[in-house]
Design a protein around this ligand. Structure first.
Ligand SMILES: NC(=O)C1=CN([C@@H]2O[C@H](COP(=O)(O)OP(=O)(O)OC[C@H]3O[C@@H](n4cnc5c(N)ncnc54)[C@H](O)[C@@H]3O)[C@@H](O)[C@H]2O)C=CC1
Ligand SMILES: CC(=O)C(=O)O
Ligand SMILES: [Mg+2]
Length: 669
């Protein structure tokens, strides 16, 4: 962080690590790092030659691509031959370059220090910046207005993303002010849906490192690589192996875009300091043929290793994390479903870890469901739910809802009975004749009397559901006949009842139906939430009634993971417990303001995601305390018990990052 790095106790927050902070060092982060990587100098120069020689955006001619392929294959051999399963030893000093010791050039080049045109005249003199900047001094707001103008001038989502990314590479405070103040417009760029396109093309769009890239071939050096991260003591990491990125399948190392995007939202939506976030991709190969044939693909050019081999690698990774960054919370993201469930079970009791797709999604959908049931006029006990998709998200959500029902007085069997999960083969039943994946067995029906239901229409006809949830990553699978059948089954229960329809798959190209379709096919009665954002929809009614505008909800785990992570960090939780996850859902459900309730929404508006995250974090902290996993001093808890939520909320607010013009950005964890 540029500004808190300047405060007296900033050594823990400040970023670049260096052995030689002399003025002769050319620039900020990259120069410090290269000064310490003499062991692998040769490898570094080979890969940088590849990156600079070929501008991926312009090299469309065949010759350039052939040449690139030749060089890429050379690079692969040379690079990996050197560190194949051997440890690359590097010395790690614990000194970090201080901003006060940095040259003016370094201050401007370090994105965590650079304040752009917001440097005051006094700061410009003190830091020898006079003449290096235009004379004008501007507030962050003015710089944001300029940046928004530039974003609007770009035509495609990717181009807008690239512009934003370049802002982040130059001025972190500006990037986050921009994102926080324009979250409705910009979140769809740094997150779903645009991040899906970015991940698909990550290796081609690549311009600079933004994450830790840990390949299984470097497994002996995991600790070294973790220590190489230039910001000291990161507190939250999002780690993926790229095996199931959004609904786009196995993207290999290209999936790192999702770790980067989610961590940008940890900062924008919950105020975790950017210098405390660490995106990680574990490269264990890819089964994506397009990637394997792509000359620019940056990951290991091999098929994925076996589950057993990856398991051993994962064990080593988790142990290394605990040793190098013992306080860091680990968010597992977008692992394919078998690994997602296995790793959650394996690590949840011994590490500060949670799975976003299982638990974060479970919590966010539960929150939306609690509010949707109220709007639907179908009593909680009468609800019956069909889930299209029985993967990590589908099963994770259904289990979270079962917990809700049991807390409401149902037995576990009664609660489970409300859920009908459907996958590519139809309704999941015990006697379907195929080998059920372990995670599906809990919900496999045994009351189907030998009958199998292959299509969604058949399932709806059989179940007569009140709610339909889509987590199948299949575009358009909620057809008109499916949605009308859902509405008919709800209408049959009585007048004024409303169907709950949640097409939650990401990105938009995988949404089970659109918002407009949902409104049209239910004659406007739908209670709707989608994974990626849709625009409001105006139905032209004509006549005296006038037009009616319908507002969608975004049911995305972005409403939960930032607050859950922040709560886990601030409470110094040794584990992320089920109670903490459940509480995050209950807190989110109760976080709507009067206007949002009046508008019939089930989630807070996305512009209020930060308010919601603070509430979620506060309640998660209290849940950690109830579960006995908070390592905060007892005296603090006694104080908060005495003074109540206001005091705890203030404690959180004082610790969140909030870049402002001309002054130190507030907040550090
Ligand atoms: N809105 C949100 O916050 C979240 C949304 N998701 C989305 O949920 C989707 C699924 O994620 P995971 O469960 O992790 O994936 P997964 O791959 O583990 O599961 C997908 C499931 O859908 C089923 N399926 C696929 N095609 C189908 C079809 N044509 N008909 C019926 N079933 C079909 C598969 O059999 C499998 O059970 C993805 O698009 C992901 O982006 C995931 C997490 C959070
Ligand atoms: C939102 C999210 O985590 C997913 O689609 O996988
Ligand atoms: Mg995910």
């Amino acid at each position: 962080m540029a500004s808190s790095a300047r405060s007296a106790d900033s050594s823990d927050v400040f970023t670049p690590r260096s052995t030689s902070p002399s003025p002769s060092v050319a620039s900020g982060r990259s120069s410090h790092r290269s000064s310490r990587t003499s062991v692998s100098n040769k490898r570094v120069s080979i890969s940088s030659r590849r990156l600079t020689d070929f501008n991926p955006m312009s090299s469309v001619d065949v010759l350039a691509i052939e040449e690139a392929m030749k060089l890429a294959s050379l690079d692969q051999h040379r690079g990996y031959a050197q560190d194949h399963y051997t440890e690359v030893k590097q010395d790690h000093d614990t000194e970090y370059l201080k901003e006060s010791e940095a040259s003016a050039y370094q201050v401007l080049r370090e994105p965590l220090w650079n304040k752009g045109l917001s440097f005051t005249p006094e700061q410009r003199v003190a830091k020898n910046l006079t003449g290096l900047l235009p004379h004008a001094m501007e507030s962050l707001e003015t710089q944001c207005a300029r940046a928004m103008k530039m974003i609007h001038s770009r035509q495609t989502g990717i181009d807008k993303y690239l512009y934003l990314s370049s802002v982040k590479a130059q001025n972190v405070d500006l990037f986050y002010r921009l994102l926080m103040d324009n979250i409705r417009d910009l979140m769809p760029l740094v997150y779903t849906p645009t991040i899906g396109d970015v991940c698909l093309q990550y290796s081609t769009l690549y311009t600079r490192p933004e994450a830790l890239y840990i390949s299984i071939k470097q497994r002996k050096s995991i600790r070294t690589m973790l220590r190489n991260w230039p910001c000291p003591n990161p507190e939250i990491c999002v780690v993926t192996d790229g095996s199931r990125i959004l609904g786009l399948g196995d993207l290999g190392i290209n999936g790192v875009g999702i770790s980067i995007g989610k961590l940008a939202l940890y900062t924008a939506a919950a105020g975790i300091h950017p210098a405390k976030t660490l995106p990680i991709v574990l490269d264990t190969g890819t089964n994506n043929e397009t990637n394997l044939k792509d000359p620019f693909y940056l990951g290991l050019r091999q098929k994925r290793v076996s589950y057993a081999e990856q398991q051993a690698f994962m064990d080593e990774f988790m142990e290394a994390v605990k040793e190098v960054y013992p306080n860091m919370v680990v968010q597992f993201e977008d692992f394919d479903s078998e690994k997602a469930f296995n790793y959650l079970d394996r690590y949840r009791n011994n590490y500060r870890a949670f799975n976003d797709d299982i638990q974060g999604t479970g919590a966010v959908v539960l929150a939306g469901y609690i509010n949707a049931v109220n709007l639907s006029s179908v009593p909680l006990e009468e609800q019956r739910l069909v889930f299209m998709g029985a993967g990590s998200a589908g099963v994770g959500v259904a289990k979270q809802l079962v917990e809700y029902y049991t807390r409401r007085g149902l037995t576990e069997a009664e609660a489970r009975d409300k859920f009908f999960l459907v996958d590519t083969k139809g309704l999941v039943t015990m006697d379907r004749g195929d080998k059920l994946a372990e995670h599906k067995k809990y919900f496999a029906r045994v009351d189907n009397a030998g009958h199998q239901f292959r299509t969604l229409e058949e399932v709806i006809e059989y179940v007569k559901p009140s709610a339909l949830v889509g987590l199948a990553a299949t575009f358009g699978i909620f057809t008109e006949s499916v949605v009308r059948a859902l509405k008919a089954s709800v209408d049959a229960g009585g007048l004024g009842r409303r169907p709950i329809l949640f097409p939650l798959s990401n990105p938009l190209t995988k949404a089970e139906c659109t918002f407009e379709q949902a409104v049209q096919w239910t004659d406007g009665s739908v209670v709707f939430a989608s994974g990626s954002p849709f625009n409001s929809f105006t139905l032209k009614v004509g006549g005296d009634a006038g037009d009616i505008t319908y507002h969608p909800n975004q049911g995305n785990n972005v409403y939960v993971f930032p607050g859950l992570g922040l709560g886990a960090i601030l409470s110094k939780a040794t584990r992320v417990t089920d109670e903490m996850v459940y509480t995050s859902a209950a807190a989110l459900a109760g976080s709507l303001n009067a206007e949002e309730v009046h508008q019939g929404l089930i989630y807070p508006k996305i512009d209020r995601v930060r308010d919601a995250s603070i509430i979620v974090a506060r309640e998660v902290m209290k849940a950690a305390r109830r579960d006995g996993v908070s390592e905060l001093p007892e005296s603090l808890w006694i104080e908060w018990e005495e003074w109540g939520d206001v005091a705890l909320t203030n404690y959180i607010k004082q610790r969140v990052y909030n870049p402002t013009s001309f002054s130190e950005a507030k907040g550090r964890l």
